[in-house]
Design a protein around this ligand. Sequence first.
Ligand code: ADP
Ligand code: MG
Length: 339
Amino acid sequence: MADIIKLLPDHVANQIAAGEVVQRPASVVKELLENAIDAGSTLVKLIVKDGGKTLIQVVDNGVGMSETDARLSFERHATSKISDAQDLFNLKTKGFRGEALASIAAIAHVDMQTRKDNMELGTHIKIEGSAVVSQEVVATPVGTSISVKNLFFNIPARRNFLKSNQVELRHIMDEFHRVALVHPNVAFHLYNNGSEMFNLPAASSRKRISHIFGNKMDERLVPVQEETEVVNISGFICKPEFAKKSRGEQFFFANNRFIKSPYLHHAIVAAFEGLIKPETYPGYFLYLEVDPKTIDINIHPTKTEVKFDDEHTLYAILRSSVKHSLGQFSVAPVLDFER
Ligand code: ADP
Ligand code: MG
């Protein structure tokens, strides 16, 4: 009997991997913004057209790439951020899987210009569906500019599945906010169809929140601060009277990464018990810092679901420190006998 197993060609493997990493334009935005942050940028511009379906561009002033690195960055499992499995337990960067650019280039038209500051000229490289179309030397500012056009051009089923430009833009803004909230010291701009939607100067974390959500946000914020053996917590909760029916102002960050955690969300809701109406959600912007050895962020390609070693203790600490803040800022309910 003839053997039937074969290795998939790279471009096919990349396209399959892309299915996990890139669900929609916002996933590309997340990956590109994170790369810009990892490159040490202080100014990052995000430019989108038609909800990212026509164009997603990120321009940064980070360290840039050499000619060889520029080419290599599009290879699968190509990363400058880790070199062995041990590094996974002490990550300082957002990226480490080395598959975002390879995935994106497999399913879109990518145009990158990049230059390191010790080089006089930079590199301009174009890739379409994993194939390098052109590579040349170019005069370009220090840093990196990547444009991603015609996302899912070779996967019509995915392209057709995209929602309206408005909805896709909403998702893009969510990713933009998440990254901007973790890096208040970095200036961010967002342009949509040629007009500026956000201009976020470098600021304190409290100011960054109001720059994003509006000035009225500032008076709603109550600080949360707690340092324990297991976790350091900082950030803000919104006063109970501003709890909303709709979600959208709930943010957990763990070791400088936005994370989703229904379990920890419940800890906050529990702390607000009796202070807010049922079916409403308290706003919060909470930054958790744990020993990198006690958190696994490699359980899903998008890295928003994480696994904590000691989730129960984390829950208890979160709940009590939020309660403490609510009490300290006298936003507790007025008890009957006090009336
Ligand atoms: P990862 O971020 O997981 O390493 P990526 O595919 O996102 O994988 O990027 C591959 C590599 O390309 C990175 O490790 C980095 O060295 C380089 N790179 C990507 N984007 C940038 C950028 N904006 N500035 C400098 N280097 C970059
Ligand atoms: Mg990356």
